[in-house]
Design a protein around this ligand. Structure first.
Ligand code: CAA
Length: 256
């Protein structure tokens, strides 16, 4: 598949995907979402890739679903095509870590896409929002569900009901993003973080991602039991032996 609405690069063991519809502030249409799904699946299947970074431009990560593409949708169109679920959930099926590197606007589906990443590193010009209410619609790609889990019910209600944008500083305070960095350092910081992750044991990293995600799907006691079982299983891997022996031998581990 050749890409027009995204750009794809590799940096060592890191796969970088850049949303690229500059004329529409990376508004998310079917073409972009299909290409994104294809690129994510390819990086996920690529043995040489250990972590993926998803980014946009300096002005916009993504300004939401492409309003022009959906303005005339009917209920039946949306229902029959399973609008959004069809090609928006690919990112949740990726088993390797995905870092969202967000600069500029992350609005509506753009904020929701960023929240589907495993964590977000934001540039200091980032703005997050769920402005769907102004369009007479509700968030449709997880905004009403992931935002309260990330920033509390109070802030999620405030953002979804008033459509106000949250700047990067507030987003970090509220727990929506893991770090805020100057705009000109965003890609270095995100690629460095991804390179660190990609240098770890890939199966271990995937198990950690799985276990943290489980925290959002289950009770504490079930989640802790799940973690315990995964923890037991790592003693069956060579990577546990290598990681622990390397520590005791005061050298860097080599995870093959
Ligand atoms: N869909 C389609 N086109 C969009 C777009 C979108 N979501 N957002 C921006 N664009 C287009 C604009 O129409 C404009 O195109 P033209 O130059 O051809 O007129 C171009 O991108 C630049 O946008 P602006 O001129 O508006 O730029 P600005 O800097 O003045 O404003 C902005 C930036 C505040 C992000 C503003 O563009 C905006 O409010 N965009 C819409 C944001 C929005 O409502 N997103 C939610 C979409 S619905 C959704 O996402 C549902 C869901 O849950 C999945």
């Amino acid at each position: 598949m050749s890409y027009e609405a995204i750009q794809v690069e590799t940096h060592g063991k890191v796969g970088l995907i850049r949303l690229h519809r500059p004329a529409a502030l990376n508004a998310l249409n079917d073409q972009l979402m299909d290409e994104l799904g294809d690129a994510l699946q390819k990086f996920d299947a690529d043995e040489g890739i250990g972590c993926i970074v998803l980014t946009g431009s300096e002005k916009a990560f993504a300004a939401g679903a492409d309003i022009a593409a959906i303005v005339d949708h009917t209920y039946i169109d949306a229902y029959k095509s399973n609008f959004i679920t069809r090609n928006w959930e690919h990112i949740r099926r990726v088993r390797k870590p995905v870092i969202g590197a967000v600069a500029g606007f992350a609005l509506g589906g753009g904020c929701e896409l960023a929240m589907m990443c495993d964590f977000i590193i934001a540039a200091d010009n980032a703005k997050f929002g769920q402005p769907e209410v102004k369009l007479g619609v509700v968030p449709g790609a997880g905004g009403t569900q992931r935002l309260p889990r990330a920033v509390s019910k109070a802030k999620a209600m405030d953002m979804c009901l008033t459509a106000r944008m949250m700047d990067a500083e507030e987003a970090e305070r509220a727990g929506l993003v893991s770090r805020v960095v100057p705009l000109d350092k965003l890609m270095t910081e995100a690629l460095d973080a991804a390179t660190v992750i990609a240098s770890m044991s890939l199966p271990t990293v995937m198990m950690i991602k799985d276990a943290v995600d489980r925290a959002y799907e289950t009770t504490l006691s079930e989640g802790v039991l799940y973690e315990r079982r995964v923890f037991h299983s790592v003693f069956g891997t060579e990577h546990q032996k290598e990681g622990m022996k390397a520590f005791l031998e005061k050298r860097k581990p080599v995870f093959k």
